[in-house]
Design a protein around this ligand. Sequence first.
Ligand code: ADP
Ligand code: MG
Length: 613
Amino acid sequence: MNAPEKHSFQAEIQQLLNIVIHSLYTDKEIFVRELISNAADACEKLRFTQASGAAVHQAEIAPTISLTADDKAGTLTITDTGIGMTHDELVKNLGTIAHSGTKAFLKQLAEEKKPDVGLIGQFGVGFYAAFMAAKRVTVESRSASGEPAWVWTSEGAGGYEIAPAGGDVARGTKITLELKDEAKEFAEKSAIERIIKRYSSFVPFPIELNGDKVNTVQALWTRSKSEIKPEEYDEFYQFIGHDHETPLLRLHFNADAPLAIQSLLFVPQKNWETMGMGRVESEVNLYCRKVLIQAKSKGLFPEWLRFLKGVVDSEDLPLNISRETMQDTSLMQKLNKVLTTRFLKFLDETAEKEPETYEKFYAEYQRFLKEGIVTDFTHKEALGKLVRYESSHTEKGKTTSLADYVKRMSSEQKEIYCLMAPNREAAEASPYFEVFRERKFEVLFLYDAWDEFVMEHLREFDGKPLKSAEKADLNLDAPKKDGALDEATGKSLAEWLKSTLGDQINEVRVSQRLVDSPAVVVDADKFMTNSMRRMLKALKKDEDAVSPTKLDLEINPAHPIIVRLEAARHKDLAFAGDVAATILDQARVAAGVMEDPRALLKRMNTLLERVLA
Ligand code: ADP
Ligand code: MG
């Protein structure tokens, strides 16, 4: 037998190996992923060669991958029946720089404070990760070309040796790792099984471990949609989503431009955040050709889509990404934009085609959509299409989209109106609603404290401004009622009220929008509404948020109380003053900005005494 040939590694490879061998990297287990992914590549190459009609050695042997964890011997063996390597390929592939990746990887390792060896595979030097766990690596390989088998051996430092294997070796490659003492765990079957399940569940060739099949789930996302049964999707979801329920929504889509993406996304039945589980984390995993690159990938979707589960596979992941910088790369941003846009479009389509399913989704996840509107400018328009509200034109409990609202708008209506209220009854009884009821303008009823901010951020929909009903500059176009105060009298009463109420109020004016109520308070601040004040007060964000000087009082010149107050103030000034204060109090109560109701009670009592006298 010939003496083994001695080779030294190319300088960069040796440099890389020195780093890998002494690496304190905690996720050493990724070397298993790298070796399995090489084995899968070799199987893929074999399949390709066969498909192209070329003859291969031992064509009857199907491509498979098998591992043996031997805890007695302290070894791990990875065998594949793939394409194999000739003598020259062993030299070329496992000793010289095949790609520019090696240099790029070395550069990155040198630059980073905490070098991320985990990305080694992305740089095209995954094989060398074996030296994190092994003190000696033996590669026995027989090429599909039929060339006799060779054995490649290395202890990392000091190069490698190649010798003929001798005997009748089957086609493919067998890699034996003699594990370092501190890496003996990788000779445990259970440890290897866990690692395979984590990283290599979707490798498209059967993987056996000590004789048992390990990967049973297919990379469903790479198959054609028309061939996949709903049960298969559900099973897949349950596997990757760790959920025993079926998903509420599912989106399977492929794109070629601007990026090659294969993606399968799911929305769980339940929103786990409202289930008291705390903030959920996105469970969308990033794959590159079926091999896990990053679990729970950050940056793949905006934060407000963190309820999604699933898989994104892109072949376009470049070599020079690291876990920390992944979020910032323009590629990641592109992926994010494409995926988010597509998902929002999908929601819109679902709302159209399956309104009941969408309703269920909305009930669970509306908070996330609203969070998106408030925090993310990019997708505001698409999100605006997805919100739903009860309105004066819907039945109680039924909702409308903004698009449908706009369709119903008459030509004289220029704005979309919304009214914050605790519930439908309160909204309909609100003095702010009166003018809309009279003019038959639709008003959206917002019951969720968030909605005010949502409207603030949306600003407009379909070119129509969103306007708070409290702030709407609308007049009744009904003819003046009999007995109503004329303009001059109304004005002088307003002036008297201002002087009587003093700095409890900013301004008093005659209203053109009240029907049933004697008066309302309107925020003097153009951008503030009463409901916002209530919220600010609750949050104690603004000390004088409810300061009365910030309110304007509007009076209804046709209301009997106002008409009689005008008469009373010329007869009994003290009494009229009490009535004026009570009118203001009641308007504050109606607006929900009454600070201290006790003062109101005292005045009411005075008035009652007088009535009963
Ligand atoms: P990459 O897989 O990105 O090319 P690796 O360092 O993992 O980088 O592997 C280097 C090369 O070694 C591969 O491109 C392949 O040609 C060869 N190789 C590694 N493992 C095998 C195998 N099991 N069967 C055949 N060739 C292999
Ligand atoms: Mg590889």
